[in-house]
Write a protein that binds this ligand. Structure first.
Ligand SMILES: [Cu+2]
Length: 472
């Protein structure tokens, strides 16, 4: 019995991955039109379908788009999106590729698919002038996730303008089933103006050569997958991300804050690594990452070269809904005051009066508030409440702050995510909830309201307490 079980499991573990030579001999009988999708969506899995002649009809479009609020950029695209349309094939498919260059385009283009076995990955055979269509065919031999990109000179410039995407080659029988699949691709962008400078921004060749990126983003723009556009999932689901990196220059340290990748198909190939925190994705490379979401919340996708995430745009969100699981993640259980010399840990008087902090006058309130501000808010909103453009909104003369006191209280109590407009600028980032007593929240907001040209309101601990209890 034992021997039999061991035998069965040994067989079960063996993957029947075909050799490249075998794949080249797979016959195709029927043909079908490939489903192409714009990010973050992917076409339906291949499942058990047989190898076919797969017709891919892709159109190149040069189009103006928005890099971030108020910043326009002319993207060159495969199929109208950055990254370009996702192509899903299986080993043995014979791809008949039709590449159309729209007559309104200004330049010739081509395509180099890393899934192609042949000179230039198809580049020379697919070179196509505006108003023309090029056709070539290739047999898909190796399973994996591959980058495709334009390879027309100057190659770097075509890639920098968004001409890249992913083509997936599934093994026979398809990849294992998961609940949700998404398409995420990083790219770095180089503009004449600095990050956030408004208007139509042309490509900057010198910055590209210097690898001095103004934007590093997922799916072609800042905030492509944040707020209302966030990826979604439910607790208990298994997520598969097809992650690519178009470059042109930067290598991605891909990480999801608060998750561990159960499986990474390293570099998009057949090697499976398990229990991975951060996976490296080279320019012109890819990875397939899989993880089960066990608890609800917002999980942040970043390039862990972290200034790119918080200052250049390489940040996306996965919103997971469902039941809490306190056994896996408790939330904050306790907060104490830590006395290095004192020994005992005291309990923070939550929402109760802290004798030393009860101000007897407005002047004192403001003084206490300033102390809290310099300890808690200053790192993000800066000493003079000026904020950091594109990352942290200003509190100085903030129309958003001055319009609604209750809303400001709520933000400090609960934190804030999603798009907001402050003095005409859009912010779409994350402020974590601040762990302050009612008195401290009242003081810090009174300080902020009475500084830097704001509306001089006074916030009391009672007002904060009402908001904390959900009062309206
Ligand atoms: Cu091109």
């Amino acid at each position: 019995m034992f021997a039999l079980l061991a035998f069965v499991s040994a067989c079960g573990d063996k993957k029947t991955e075909k050799s490249v030579e075998d794949s080249s001999k797979i016959a195709v009988y029927t043909e079908m039109e490939a489903e192409l999708t714009a990010p973050p969506n992917v076409p339906a899995p291949v499942g058990n379908r047989v190898a076919k002649k797969l017709k891919v009809n892709m159109e190149i479009l040069e189009e103006e788009g928005e890099m971030t609020d108020g910043v326009k950029y002319v993207y060159w695209t495969f199929g109208g999106s950055v990254p370009g349309s996702f192509i899903r094939t299986r080993v043995g498919d014979e791809v008949e590729f039709h590449l159309k260059n729209h007559p309104d385009n200004k330049l010739p283009h081509n395509i180099d698919l890393h899934a192609v076995t042949g000179p230039g990955g198809g580049a020379t055979s697919s070179f196509v002038a505006p108003g023309h269509e090029a056709q070539f065919s290739f047999k898909v031999l190796n399973p994996g996730l591959y980058v495709y990109h334009c390879a027309t000179a100057p190659v770097g410039m075509h890639i920098a303008n968004g001409m890249y995407g992913l083509i997936l080659v599934e093994p026979e029988g398809g990849l294992p089933k998961v609940d949700k699949e998404y398409y995420v691709m990083q790219g770095d962008f180089y503009t004449k103006g600095e990050n956030g400078e408004r208007g139509l921004q042309p490509f900057d060749m010198q910055k590209a050569v210097d690898e001095d990126a103004d934007y590093v983003v997922f799916n072609g723009k800042v905030g492509s997958m944040t707020g209302d556009n966030a990826l979604t999932a439910k607790v208990g689901e298994t997520i598969r991300l097809f992650v690519g990196n178009g470059g042109p220059n930067l290598v991605s340290s891909f990480h999801v804050i608060g998750e561990i990748f159960d499986v990474v198909r390293v570099e998009g190939g057949s090697l499976e690594n398990k229990n991975v925190q951060t996976t490296l994705i080279p320019a012109g490379g890819a990875a397939i990452v899989e993880f089960k979401v066990d608890v609800p919340g917002t999980f942040i996708l970043v390039d862990h070269s972290i200034f790119r995430a918080f200052n250049k745009g390489a940040l996306a969100m996965l919103k997971v809904e469902g039941e809490e699981n306190k056994g896996i993640y408790s939330g904050k259980e306790k907060e104490g005051i830590y006395h290095p010399e004192g020994g005992a840990i005291q309990t923070m008087p939550q929402g109760k009066k802290v004798p030393a902090e009860v101000a007897s006058s407005l002047k004192e309130k403001i003084a206490f508030g300033k102390t809290s501000y310099m300890q808690t808010c200053f790192a993000c909103h800066q000493a003079e409440g000026q904020g950091i453009p594109g990352a942290f909104p200003p509190l100085a003369k903030s129309d958003y702050l001055n319009a609604d006191v209750d809303r400001a209280i709520d933000i400090i109590l609960n934190g804030k995510t999603g798009e907001i407009k402050v003095n005409g600028q859009t912010y779409n980032s994350v402020m974590t909830r601040q762990n302050l007593t009612d008195e401290e929240v009242a003081n810090v907001l009174t300080y902020v309201y009475n500084s830097w040209g704001n509306s001089k309101k006074t916030v009391t601990a009672t007002m904060v307490k009402n908001r904390r209890n959900g009062g309206h």
